[in-house]
Write a protein that binds this ligand. Structure first.
Ligand SMILES: Nc1nc2c(c(=O)[nH]1)N[C@H]1C(S)=C(S)[C@@H](COP(=O)(O)O)O[C@H]1N2
Ligand SMILES: [Mo]
Length: 425
């Protein structure tokens, strides 16, 4: 069968239609027969669910940092009413942050193909002319700018922090936090406005034609379902090469993620490390038995304890994971050390442990100090650990002593602890 000569070909000769064919502001420029209300609606519904989960787990993740507890924890001091929902992050279940952050990061990475496909499906509208037909239309387009810009911004900052965390010198938190509010406000407005249309498009067997349907479609090279499978396959591939970094046995499958691949070493201290002692500038001379003293201050004054003295105090064990904001985590490790609440009791807080400010030997870096809340100090599994998995802590895991708190983000598990100050923060 021979092809009919198509009007498109013949109209090429006219200069006006050539302009309209080569300019993205013309609807005829966009030729994919896949674009239309159905595809956009399916992708939109997936994102509606997925991005809502990202927003909620993001808010939880932020609360888990205790930003309202002390200025040292607060990377966003200008947050104002955006901190309205903050609460005392609980200590149980002990895998709470591990789950929250694993879902946040893995789901975010998995949704990238869906986000890109969604943007692709509506891209003609980004170029549509005139820029605004009315004030309402102008406002709608402005909100779309916040939506698209904000969405890309959140995904890009998130991926950068996870993949190349050395690129962000601590500014990631305010960027991702304020960006999330701008993006989610635009997203919620957009979802509310479009929900009825999306529901209609998905219910109807024959779809309505709208401005997304190309007036000038090219031959299809793949079906609509095939395109969806392609997007879903991309998501599945990202999921399969990311999720493993939250599970010891599967870490080798996390090909795309830092902290994927193999464990950094063998033996009791062989589990994942965030910043190494050398990177943090910790010298062996300051951690030796003669040099290092833990300085504990509270209601009744200050006590200084050598590591040997600490090891003579009642020791307790707890099986707890390390779970980083970047989404990777370890399985439960067996930590052994002195209960934080026993250290509080040493300096005058026998039965009402208060907050504590923990400071590291480390002199520079955003994570050298952290405030812990009274509920975290009170938990009997919260330890100043001296040992892990039956051995002394290794230098990289925080020797001579490090904090470990159930359900807390890794950032609060300060390594190379030098000083603990108990009292309301
Ligand atoms: N002093 C200090 N403690 C620190 C950090 C740091 O940079 N400096 N990083 C924190 C972060 S972000 C994490 S995820 C955990 C990682 O602990 P690990 O290296 O023992 O796995 O340590 C925390 N404790
Ligand atoms: Mo971390």
């Amino acid at each position: 069968m021979r092809d009919e000569p198509r009007p498109l070909i013949s109209s090429r000769t006219s200069p006006t239609s050539r302009i309209s064919l080569t300019s993205p502001t013309s609807p005829r420029f966009w030729r994919s027969p896949l674009r239309g209300p159905w595809l956009t609606s399916v992708l939109g519904v997936v994102l509606l669910v997925g991005i809502t989960v990202l927003f909620v787990t993001g808010l939880f993740s932020y609360a888990a940092y205790n930003p309202d507890l002390a200025p040292v924890n607060d990377k966003t001091p200008g947050k104002g009413i955006l901190g309205f929902y903050l609460f005392a992050w609980p200590t149980r279940p002990h895998w709470l942050y591990r789950l929250n952050q694993g879902v946040h990061v893995t789901l975010g990475i998995t949704l990238i193909p869906v986000l890109l496909a969604k943007l692709w499906s509506v891209v003609p509208r980004l170029f549509a002319l005139p820029p605004a037909r009315s004030l309402a239309h102008a406002l709608e387009r402005l909100s779309l700018l916040l939506l698209v810009g904000g969405g890309l911004f959140e995904f890009v900052t998130g991926v950068f922090n996870v993949q190349l965390n050395y690129v962000f010198p601590g500014s990631f938190y305010p960027l991702h936090f304020y960006g999330a509010w701008v993006f989610f406000a635009a997203f919620a407005a957009h979802a509310l406005l479009k929900m009825p249309t999306a529901a209609r498009n998905l219910r109807q067997l024959r779809e309505e034609r709208n401005d997304l349907v190309s007036p000038n479609p090219a031959e299809p090279t793949v079906s609509r379902r095939g395109a969806l499978l392609f997007v879903g396959g991309g998501s599945l591939l990202l999921f399969a090469t990311t999720a493993g970094r939250s599970f010891d046995g599967l870490r080798r499958t996390a090909l795309l993620a830092p902290h994927g691949g193999a464990e950094p070493g063998g033996g009791p201290n062989g589990f994942q490390i965030n910043k190494r002692a050398a990177y943090a500038g910790i010298r062996a001379a300051e951690t030796g038995e003669d040099a290092w003293r833990l300085v504990v201050t509270g209601r009744t004054g200050t006590v200084r304890l050598s590591r040997a003295r600490l090891a003579e105090l009642p020791l307790h064990s707890a099986a707890l994971p390390i779970a980083c904001v970047e989404g990777w985590s370890t399985s439960d490790q067996w930590w052994r050390g002195v209960r934080l609440r026993d250290l509080a009791a040493l300096v005058g807080y026998e039965d009402d442990p208060p907050d504590v400010l923990v400071e590291s030997l480390q002199r520079h870096g955003a994570f050298r100090r952290a405030g812990l809340r009274a509920n975290q100090v009170a938990d009997p599994r919260s330890l100043l650990a001296l040992y892990v998995n039956g051995e002394d802590l290794s230098p990289d895991h925080g020797y001579p002593a490090r904090v470990i708190v159930p359900a807390a983000p890794g950032v609060l598990n300060t390594k190379w602890v030098a000083r603990m100050t108990f009292g309301d923060l």
